[in-house]
Design a protein around this ligand. Structure first.
Ligand code: GTP
Ligand code: NA
Ligand code: MG
Length: 461
């Protein structure tokens, strides 16, 4: 592909909001998939990213007669979890995004993690570039839950509202007025998108139903039109630098420890020497088959090189020491190496400061660093106050049991492994039985947390 100065990269779009407002379902509706149903407990536990090509957006918005105006090169959408213990994952997602969909359940209004999301979006990129706050659109979701709501497929949402009974229209108006007031109390101006004249300082509200798909074309159109209208400079593709961030470090079946990297600018090649907290050489560059999620097992496509903007799975040696949230740099000269290593040290200090790795406490084993961090935050929270002695990523092996057994003669109740969304090998299980190390397992963090709390409270008495 010929590269010109004016090539645009797709905007990175983050989906945020309180738990169960319908973030994943909205994305499913955009992609016409059903990820939400396959999630443990219906809860999103990690960041996942999906590329929505321009053609899909064109097709989806064709009834709005706006086709000619779309020239943004697709949208890279990042789903984040709403559960309160995933603060770290949300902040990682929000720090990357150019545009954001803030999902609010029309029947519940603003909720704790809606407010936290607003704070994260306000906070974004304080340094570097001025005026770099992401463009935010509010999806006022679950309108179909309004009593008496009628679905009119393929009718633009603004018109569909006019076709509702006067009772529904009144209830809708009442709910919207309340929610606009709640936003105001958080210092944010919002307005229904078809009334909004000042889109830079006032978030547009788009009523949506992830079930019927209503409002989704309007949501997509607003995002891409405003991105290309206001962010040309920011979205101009840069081939002169490689800009990437590690989103997840995890064990992928058949591939060992891999990293999922969001490549914002530049090109990565097989064989490139990369520096993060790790220093290694890219063995393979993989992308999932189209319209599948990174966290679902399946086939990958192998690449010789990959151009931004995309999410890429990388295999290489030493990846178990990579850390989610840190930058990835490509070394071209010896000078680069020293400079990047210094930058990486600064990155690492930020992340490790969030993990409390004190001497005495339970042993935590998780499938990804992201879920590990979030789980440790939950354990360390003021109410729980459970210390974490050590941790690991991936399946529970004998060595993990040995590490956990160190607590047996310090604080017996902490000789426990909390295994979050990971397998326990039979050998590890056998050794644990012999040494009397307890292993609790679950694939949902707060259920695992509850399991341990019941046990912990029973031995405290
Ligand atoms: P977390 O990732 O756990 O924070 O939740 P989420 O925000 O991704 O919500 P999710 O997509 O898991 O949806 C939660 C529940 O709400 C599911 O049972 C969905 O089927 C339902 N739901 C989502 N959107 C709509 C909607 O527009 N209308 C109705 N009636 N139900 C919806
Ligand atoms: Na959910
Ligand atoms: Mg979700």
């Amino acid at each position: 592909i010929e590269e010109s100065e004016t090539t645009l990269r797709p905007p990175i779009c983050c989906v945020m909001g309180h738990v169960d407002t319908g973030k994943t379902k909205l994305l499913d509706s955009i992609k016409r998939t059903n990820v939400q149903k396959t999630e443990a407990g219906g809860i999103t536990q990690q960041i996942s990213a999906t590329y929505i090509p321009t053609e899909n957006i064109r097709e989806r918005t064709k009834d709005l007669k706006a086709d000619a105006k779309i020239d943004v090169t697709g949208l890279l959408v990042i789903d984040t979890p709403g559960h309160e213990s995933f603060n770290n994952l949300r902040s990682r997602g929000s720090s990357l995004c150019d545009v954001a969909i803030l999902v609010v359940d029309i029947t519940n209004g603003l909720q704790p993690q809606t407010i936290e999301s607003i704070e994260l979006l306000k906070m974004k990129n304080t340094d570097v570039i001025e005026n770099d706050k992401p463009l935010v659109v509010v999806a006022l979701n679950k309108v179909d839950r309004l009593y008496g709501w009628k679905t009119f497929p393929d009718v633009p949402i603004a018109n569909a509202l006019k076709l509702q009974s006067s009772d529904v229209q009144l209830e809708f108006k009442d709910k919207v007025t309340k929610i606009i007031t709640q936003f105001k109390e958080q210092g944010v101006n919002t307005e229904l998108f078809y009334k909004n004249k000042d889109r830079l300082d006032t978030y547009s509200i788009v009523p949506t139903s992830a079930i019927s798909g209503q409002g989704i074309p309007e949501l997509l159109l607003l995002l891409v039109q405003w991105a290309q209208k206001t962010m040309i400079e920011k979205l101009t593709y840069r081939s002169d630098l490689v800009e990437g961030t590690v989103m997840e470090v995890k064990v992928t079946e058949g591939l060992g420890t891999t990293i999922d990297v969001i490549l914002v600018n530049g090109v990565l090649h097989k064989g490139d020497e990369i520096v993060g907290p790790i220093h290694t050489t890219i063995r393979s560059l993989l992308t999932p088959r189209p319209v599948t999620e990174l966290h679902i097992k399946g086939d990958y496509i192998y690449h010789k090189e990959i151009k931004a903007t995309q999410v890429i799975k990388i295999t290489a040696q030493n990846l178990e020491h990579a850390v989610a949230g840190t930058a990835v740099y490509v070394v071209r000269t010896n000078d680069d190496l020293a400079r990047y290593k210094k930058l990486v040290m600064e990155d690492m200090r930020n992340i490790m400061s969030r993990i409390d790795k004190n001497g005495k406490g339970v042993y935590v084993q998780a499938s990804t660093l992201g879920s590990l961090e979030a789980f440790i935050v939950l354990l360390n929270s003021k109410d729980a106050n459970i210390p974490v002695g050590d941790f690991g990523i991936g399946p529970v092996h004998k060595k993990d049991v040995l590490k956990a057994s160190v607590m047996l003669n310090k604080r017996e109740e902490f000789s426990t492994i909390l295994a979050l969304d990971v397998k326990v090998t039979p050998e590890a299980r056998e050794l644990a039985d012999k040494l009397e190390v307890r292993i609790f397992t679950d694939d949902v963090s707060f259920r695992l947390f509850e399991q341990f709390k019941v046990y912990f409270n029973s031995v405290k008495e």
